[in-house]
Write a protein that binds this ligand. Sequence first.
Ligand SMILES: NC(=O)c1ccc[n+]([C@@H]2O[C@H](COP(=O)([O-])OP(=O)(O)OC[C@H]3O[C@@H](n4cnc5c(N)ncnc54)[C@H](O)[C@@H]3O)[C@@H](O)[C@H]2O)c1
Length: 334
Amino acid sequence: MTKTILITGANGEIGHGLIKKLAEDSQNKIVALDINSLDPDLSKLTLQFVKADILDNRLLDELFKKYHFDTIFHLAALLSTSSERDPVKAHHVNTDGAINILAIAEKFARANTKKVKFIFPSSIAIYGLPNLEVKKRVGKIKEEQYNLPATMYGCNKLYIELLGNYYARYYEKHKKSEQYLDFRAIRFPGIISADTLPTGGTSDFGPEMLHAAAQNKPYACFVRADSKIPFMVMPDAVKVLLKLAKAPSSSVKHHVYNVGSFSISAGEIAKYAHEINKIKITYKPHQKRQAIVDSWPEDVDDSEARADWGWKPSCDKTKAFEEYLIPAIKARYG
Ligand SMILES: NC(=O)c1ccc[n+]([C@@H]2O[C@H](COP(=O)([O-])OP(=O)(O)OC[C@H]3O[C@@H](n4cnc5c(N)ncnc54)[C@H](O)[C@@H]3O)[C@@H](O)[C@H]2O)c1
């Protein structure tokens, strides 16, 4: 059956992987929105690209009227480091942007007696561990633990999860048949892609180190070597978004899920980078970015996602580096 899909923040790292994967099924009609131009390679795969700000309510309303979206992937955001540089702007783009599109989607679902799926990439930034001793002790964190973000980005993501919960649950109670907003969120770890480079995130030290190695450039890492957080490779990030979007409502028992893959320190990533090229890697911790990474959990407990809708990453740590990242990044730079 044809599905009409809206992707906001479509020109970002996840947007690149997601559009390519969704376009493999000709039944998917993709409308892409971003404040920046869309890569020409991606434009070819979409029904329409709209260059617009997520804060433009009138335009969003028009898009819903024109396309009657079945599913929304709301990716547009400012990431953690960018959000710390301009917290007020981050609040507007992340939080106001999210409520705009949530409210329009919910109104549309009710008016048209149809269920609209709203898939939201949240983040491990919603967790805030008070110190390294607690971080070590907690290990794999559960969804309900330490919901005390240290950053504006984390605050925004946590509040958007609550907004999604509000729009889904409040209106679900009043639903007639299938007319409601079906909000589903994933708390992503840091994501590493072989094809694109991140900008503005605080887990960027992982991908930056690998891409620097492939270009034979020295790398000054902005966190200590022992800094450990969970990561996932881009193909798994796309896979989990699609898996959650496809899961039957009966198996999605919560609105928000952790998803894990592997946990790794900056020092361990450096060893993998040296398999690409023996570049010089130094550690020059940036006070604020280090504090952010120290407040994020070492790993996530994703047993709910595994039990409820069958989440299972394709890659463990070794496979992620040896079979995907190292060969693909080497190939990218020739
Ligand atoms: N990449 C990660 O490691 C990671 C981890 C956890 C969660 N996420 C979340 O996944 C989503 C996508 O992440 P990404 O890595 O692709 O980020 P990205 O920065 O590569 O992409 C974000 C996109 O949003 C667009 N955008 C920014 N402001 C906008 C606005 N006002 N209106 C419309 N578009 C706007 C940008 O132009 C960009 O193309 C984000 O919500 C992010 O918070 C990413």
